[in-house]
Ligand binder design. Structure first.
Ligand code: TYM
Length: 336
């Protein structure tokens, strides 16, 4: 129950793929915002390792990244007593519901997904069926838990919209089965751009290491990467479409300090980009330092991480089975 309103808490679901070192895009666009929701919502956060294999992964690295991603959820401040934290492959209902939903999703809809187009261009030698039906698995993740809200960055909005379309279609054929979810996005931080090409999203898999800041980068690295960040030729710290590099740095600074764009412009009036970039680097490194030290402690305690994941999977499986059995009944599968 929500104590303030005395109504049942709304349900939240989200996840991150355990593919390599997470960036401040993942942190500011997703994980950091989740911590603010844990008191007022009933939240489930998943490490979506089944999504990860749509692109070829080294098995040992995938296992390591799975533990690391869970540790980052905890290090960022998600309390396992208040949130359900789990690993996708531990709850088989995700793959089971995805199969059913595949039969209610159109080829044309999936062909229009911009992430599929981007990823198939980047992985031209491995355009597998999983990469194509990836958004259906994502819809299953969300719909299994009857989520009301899905906190994501802008790049995932199209997938949440497709999830809504699939849910509406299924409900209209079989009567109300799924809650229709909505994307949930804060004002800033939903699209952190590359530091080297600020018209492109900051991405975990960018080949240019200077384009991304990783959550686990040390202070010197963070300051150096911001110092190298691409900016434009004038020297005014101002937000605007004509200044994508500076605007991106302002968004990052605003997320870490809570300052508005007006305040930032005022604070850096008459100062050059050098001072501003240093301030952004310091604010970022200082904000990430406590997350990094908690992360290091957690990674030493694998048994604890496993206990969190096991508990989370039990809670998630119970909720997921309820939805799956309802779906199976509606479509006409015999159940004993
Ligand atoms: P993934 O793993 O690519 O990213 C995890 C989250 O980080 C956000 N994000 C960003 N936000 C702002 N700026 C950026 N540069 C940036 N890069 C990434 C993403 O929007 C996302 O919120 N398909 C999803 C994972 C997923 C999922 C789900 C999410 C699977 N099932 C169900 C929500 C609900 C993905 O690949 O995210």
């Amino acid at each position: 129950m929500n104590q303030a309103t005395n109504t049942p808490k709304k349900r939240i679901f989200s996840g991150v793929q355990p593919t390599g070192n997470l960036t401040i895009g993942n942190y500011l666009g997703a994980i950091k915002n989740w911590t603010a929701l844990q008191e007022d919502y009933d939240c489930l956060y998943c490490v979506v390792n089944q999504h990860a294999i749509t692109v070829r992964q080294d098995p040992a690295n995938l296992r390591k990244s799975t533990y690391e991603t869970l540790a980052l959820y905890l290090a960022a401040g998600l309390d396992p007593e208040k949130n359900t934290l789990f690993i996708q492959s531990h709850v088989s209902a995700h793959a089971e519901l995805a199969w059913v939903l595949n039969c209610y999703t159109m080829f044309g809809e999936l062909s229009r997904m911009t992430q599929f187009k981007d990823k198939s261009a980047k992985n031209a030698d491995n355009i597998n069926a999983g990469l194509f039906t990836y958004p259906v698995l994502m819809a299953a993740d969300i719909l299994l838990y009857q989520a009301d809200l899905v906190p994501v960055g802008i790049d995932q909005k199209q997938h949440v919209e497709l999830t809504r379309d699939i849910a509406v279609r299924f409900n209209s054929i079989y009567s109300d089965t799924f809650t229709i979810p909505e994307p949930y996005m804060p004002k800033t931080g939903t699209k952190i751009m590359s530091l080297q090409e600020p018209t492109k999203k900051m991405s975990k898999s960018d080949a240019n290491e200077n384009a991304t800041v990783r959550i686990l980068d040390d202070k010197d690295t963070i300051i150096r990467k911001f110092n190298l960040a691409f900016t434009d030729s004038d020297t005014v710290v101002r937000y605007g479409e004509d200044k994508p590099g500076v605007s991106n740095l302002m968004s990052i600074y605003s997320c870490f300090t809570g300052k508005s764009f007006e305040e930032i412009t005022k604070d850096f009036e008459g100062k050059g980009y050098g001072d501003f970039k240093l301030a952004v680097g310091e604010a970022c490194a200082d904000a990430l330092a406590p997350v990094q030290s908690r992360f290091k402690e957690l990674m030493k305690d694998k048994a604890y991480l496993e206990a969190v994941a096991k508990n989370g999977a039990e809670t998630a499986s119970y909720l997921a089975r309820k939805t799956l059995s309802k779906v199976y009944r509606k479509v006409g599968f015999v159940q004993f």
